[in-house]
Design a protein around this ligand. Structure first.
Ligand code: ADP
Ligand code: ZN
Ligand code: ZN
Length: 757
């Protein structure tokens, strides 16, 4: 019978492609195998077989698969295939988008050529030669005579390293390099080879750094921690997901370590997701002490070769037991997954914004776990309202820890009214007298300080003080940020850099200057006020130079003050921080978004949580122009319930998540009129389908033009119990009808964002 294969191809179309499996490939074609196929007039693409079947599809010129890249075993495991089908369904993208996001580029050669861009790294190894057996039975030390001391030494060393005595049938691999390190004599090695005592062979070795050193048992848990661990396990008996709501520095990571160990000992695999790559190093060291080389670390900054290597090992017979990674690690091959941990589960950065697939790492991980029959543990000191609501309504288990490890106190919160201070002329630059005093105290006592601000660069915007003109990006509707280091104004959306004009293009004024401030200017100002303090800055700009160094310098006390953006708020564990300053809480609290309060709350609590982790008595200074803001009154762990209920009531009232599901429809075009007409028309159709209260917009988003494309968004709310598939069908139908209206969709790029963050 003729065989057909439905194939995932890396093209932006919402479907699979059916090819004929030629007779010659019938035995090697398997679901999950990578193949290359002809596409269009002359292209060749690498794709993945999603399904093999005998149903001849309609149409005549069915093409054939050209070849199979995975003849020995499929690179994509059954679990991945299922996830690769679920993601496009739920997040409304093309299967090919998921393939591109999942597979390292080394595994999907563009041309579909038979050869792959990834070349395994090899090394020369040594094993016993054909004559060795004769010698080994005798006393080999006799064999070399007096002239061949070196041969004898090297051969002896080889026997020792290979542990021949202990395992005569299964010697340990010994590299030529390790013998050369012992005695660097190429001629002796050559002589040994010529005499048939040893021979050389090539072996694939990894590029991955190996952990050398002895692994240790996890730290013993405190009573509170042990109780939480027991509760988590108890909750897993009846539920698949458990939320661990533990105050910052309660030792959640220690609890994870114990749980991971139990799962690995029972033969399971564990996936441990973090929101931010900057975090992986710190946690990797903690985990490596316990799990050594059983674990791997996977994120977008790994080189492609490393990613291929990790992938191959995971798809092969001897996979890693523990995978630590950022969002994208959720798409790695797994066979025996029994536990997924999502740490800092509330973090918006778990959501991929652009390009598609716009998936949520946490939610995708929960789906993955459910495909595998595994359990999921979500951890956070400030859970997302979505997860907390699921815990309250009983869908997830809930375990709470309200004490820090060793009963360390949460830092005291000091709210500073900057509006008043400025009015009374007590405050000039960036720092209030209170904050300066706290910093001075900390430095005097040999403590460290973290200063948080959510804008990088030097000044906020470049503005003319005479007429108010603001320098903007030509392609995006965004004010530029002045970076002093480079002397340029930078668009933080598209990255384009601009010179500052010598005079104002609007009024000719000569005094253009930066207004507001960013992390760069804070660092400069700190250096002026505290010239002896050693400062460092952690934001996207400095991260390019190596955040690992910046973080380890701070951790080991080589810097005193760390200035940073969001990046420093996430789960970092520093021992010696006694002051945290939040320089402008207003900029956090004033996001035009229904999640503004939730985000501000999480951010402030998390930044504050970096202080006082090893000693009590720390302070968090919050500078703000709105000292009476409601959330600033709720910043203790005990206020959590009240905060949650207020927020949920608000979400219910306006029917926002978690009380509804949102899909954001994005329309983009270089032609402003076109995108306005198309979005208005589509919104009308959507109102017909979903009801008029469930569709908001079209709106011009806060940044309404990016890279010369005008953007309009329509927000669609649907009840939680409406199947995603149904919502999607209606959305596509509305787009289709809009397109039929006088070609309104011509030149308009349409995309969907399910569960926008
Ligand atoms: P969280 O993840 O809840 O913020 P961590 O796991 O990072 O907390 O713990 C905070 C600090 O306390 C870390 O430095 C950690 O090493 C230490 N710690 C927590 N629990 C223990 C324990 N059981 N034994 C030793 N040290 C612990
Ligand atoms: Zn001007
Ligand atoms: Zn721009």
């Amino acid at each position: 019978m003729t065989m057909y294969a439905d194939i995932i191809l890396p093209v932006p179309l919402n479907r699979l492609f059916t090819y004929k499996v030629p007779d010659s490939l019938q035995f090697s074609a398997a679901e999950g195998a990578r193949v290359y196929v002809p596409f269009g007039k002359s292209r060749r693409l690498t794709g993945i077989i999603a399904r093999i079947h005998n149903d001849r599809p309609y149409g005549n010129n069915l093409k054939e698969i050209l070849g199979i890249l995975d003849s020995e075993r499929p690179s994509i495991l059954p679990v991945q295939l299922k996830l690769m089908e679920w993601i496009p369904e739920y997040y409304m993208c093309a299967p090919g988008d998921v393939m591109k996001a999942a597979l390292p580029s080394g595994l999907r050669p563009d041309s579909g050529a038979n050869e792959q861009s990834y070349k395994p790294r090899t090394e020369i190894f040594v094993r016993l030669g054909p004559k060795a057996a004769d010698y080994l039975t005798a006393d080999y030390s006799q064999l070399f005579g007096k002239t061949a001391v070196r041969q004898k030494q090297i051969f002896g060393k080889y026997l020792e390293l290979a542990e021949i005595k202990e395992n005569p049938n299964n010697p340990a691999p010994v590299s030529k390099r390790s013998l050369a390190r012992f005695c660097n004599s190429p001629s002796a090695l050559k002589a040994l080879e010529d005499n048939g005592l040893i021979e050389f062979y090539e072996l694939e070795t990894g590029r991955l750094p190996q952990f050398s050193g002895k692994t240790q048992a996890p730290q013993p848990l405190s009573g509170t921690q042990q109780k939480a661990l027991d509760e988590i396990k108890q909750s897993f008996r009846s539920r698949n997901v458990c939320l661990l709501h533990g105050i910052t520095s309660s030792g959640k990571t220690e609890i994870y370590i114990h749980l991971i160990k139990e799962h690995i000992e029972k033969g399971g695999q564990v996936l441990y997701l973090l929101p931010e790559i900057a975090l992986t190093t710190q946690i990797m060291h903690r985990l490596q002490k316990v799990f050594g080389n059983d674990m791997c670390v996977y994120h977008s900054r790994c080189s492609d070769s490393i990613r291929v290597e990790i992938w191959n090992r995971l798809a092969g017979p001897d996979p890693y037991k523990l995978i630590l990674g950022a969002r994208s690690a959720v798409m790695l091959p797994v066979r025996n997954l029994s536990l997924v941990i999502v740490d800092e589960e509330h973090e918006p950065s778990f959501k991929q914004e652009d390009p598609a697939p716009r998936y949520h790492g946490r939610n995708t991980a929960i789906m993955l776990a459910s495909i595998c029959g595994a359990k999921t543990l979500l951890g956070s000191a400030t859970p997302s309202l979505e997860s907390y609501a699921n815990a309250v309504n009983g869908k997830y288990g809930l375990v709470t820890i309200s004490q820090r490890y060793r009963n360390m106190k949460l830092p005291a919160i000091e709210i500073v009214d900057t509006a008043e201070l400025r009015r009374k002329k007590y405050m000039h630059g960036i720092f209030s007298p209170q904050l300066k005093e706290r910093i001075r105290e900390a430095l005097d006592n040999g403590k460290q300080v973290i200063l948080f601000h959510n804008r990088r660069g030097y000044s906020g915007i470049v503005q003319c003080p005479d007429c108010g003109w603001v320098q903007k990006c030509d392609r995006c509707d965004v004010s530029l940020t002045f970076h002093k280091e480079s002397g340029l104004a930078v668009c933080h959306y598209c990255g384009r850099k601009y010179h500052i004009p010598a005079s104002c293009p609007s009024c000719g004024g000569k005094s253009l200057r930066g207004r507001g401030y960013g992390t760069e200017r804070i660092e400069e100002s700190i250096n002026e006020i505290f010239p002896r303090a050693r400062t460092a800055r952690l934001d996207l700009d400095s991260a390019k130079k190596g955040y690992e160094q910046i973080l380890s310098d701070f951790q080991e006390g080589r810097t005193d003050i760390l200035v940073g953006t969001q990046m420093i708020s996430k789960g970092l564990d520093f021992e010696n921080v006694s002051v945290v300053g939040i320089l402008q809480a207003d900029s956090i609290m004033s996001y035009p978004d229904f999640r503004a309060t939730e985000r501000a709350y999480q951010l402030i609590m998390q930044v504050a949580g970096r202080a006082g982790r090893k000693e009590s008595g720390a302070t968090v200074v919050i500078q703000t122009r709105q000292p009476d803001a409601r959330i600033l009154k709720m910043l203790s762990f005990d206020d959590w319930k009240e905060y949650y209920e207020e927020q949920i009531a608000e979400r219910k009232l306006f029917s926002y998540p978690p009380c509804s599901r949102l899909v954001s429809v994005l329309l983009k075009s270089t032609d402003l009129q076109q995108v306005e007409k198309a979005s208005a028309c589509m919104a009308e159709k959507l109102r017909d389908y979903f009801g008029k209260d469930s569709v908001l917009g079209p709106d011009a988003p806060q940044i309404s033009r990016i890279q010369s494309r005008h953007i309009r968004t329509i927000l669609v709310k649907s009840p939680m119990n409406t199947p995603v598939r149904q919502t999607r069908t209606l959305l596509l139908q509305a787009a289709d009808e809009t397109g039929r209206d006088e070609g309104l969709m011509n030149g308009v790029i349409l995309s969907f964002d399910a569960d926008p963050q």
